[in-house]
Design a protein around this ligand. Structure first.
Ligand code: ZN
Length: 236
């Protein structure tokens, strides 16, 4: 095993490890803890680290600085951004292989600041449009499976929630949800639709969710784990 890690010493009594997009692998250790104990813990937790390190690591190496939009995250994958100057009267973005190509109208005359502004606007609109289409499809498909009827979906720019569902069957999704891997997106869709059966988070609700997505707990963990990466990637 050859992972780079940081040890953070504090007044705590036990050893622990965590992985985040901002910091990578971090060992939380009591002040007097020896390297031998840390190595032992890393060895014991090897499987967990391997499982959790890969997706975070890939994201970590490609985030870039906050201002520069060189990469974009979409359905759990990271794509390069290529800018093309468009002579058509419209700016647009499209996924082509491992690249999101952004065609900017009139951008040749833009200065750097306006070019970034235009890029942001186009990419944000692209997220909203793609997000709507994908989430609309998934919501319809799962609603059919669950035998429930929803009214409409809306893509919203909210900071705190991934989704919500009203008793009238109006479902809101966070625009950033479309950055998450597909299994996580599916889980959120099913979670919100399940609220049309149980308007709470009771035991029955979770049992119901589990009957459709048996590994919902690990998807929920993945959602939490990737939340910070998504925040770093959201530059719009
Ligand atoms: Zn809920």
């Amino acid at each position: 095993m050859d992972y780079k890690y940081t040890v953070r010493y504090s007044k705590r009594k036990t050893l622990a490890i965590k992985i985040s997009a901002e910091e990578g692998l971090v060992v939380l250790a009591p002040y007097n803890c020896s390297k031998k104990y840390i190595d032992k813990l890393l060895k014991e937790k090897q499987q967990w680290i391997e499982k959790n390190y890969k997706d975070i690591y890939e994201l970590r190496t490609s985030i870039g600085d906050r201002e520069n939009i060189e990469k974009i995250m979409f359905l759990g994958k990271v794509y390069n951004i290529k800018i093309r100057y468009s002579s058509l009267k419209k700016s647009a973005a499209a996924l082509e292989g491992d690249t999101v190509t952004v065609r900017l109208f009139g951008a040749l005359e833009f200065n750097e600041e306006n070019r970034i502004k235009a890029l942001r606007t186009v990419l944000r609109a692209w997220y909203a449009e793609e997000g709507y289409e994908i989430l609309q499809q998934k919501t319809s498909r799962y609603a059919e499976r669950l035998g429930v009827k929803f009214n409409k979906i809306t893509i919203k720019d909210v900071k705190t929630r991934w989704g919500s569902c009203s008793s009238l069957g109006n479902i809101n999704y966070n625009i950033r949800l479309i950055m998450m891997p597909e299994d996580v997106v599916d889980y959120i869709v099913l979670h919100e639709l399940s609220h049309l059966v149980y308007m709470n988070h009771s035991k029955e609700f979770w049992k119901y969710v589990e009957s459709f997505i048996t590994d919902y707990k690990s998807r929920e963990e993945k959602l939490k784990r990737l939340s910070s990466s998504v925040k770093l990637y959201w530059k719009f």
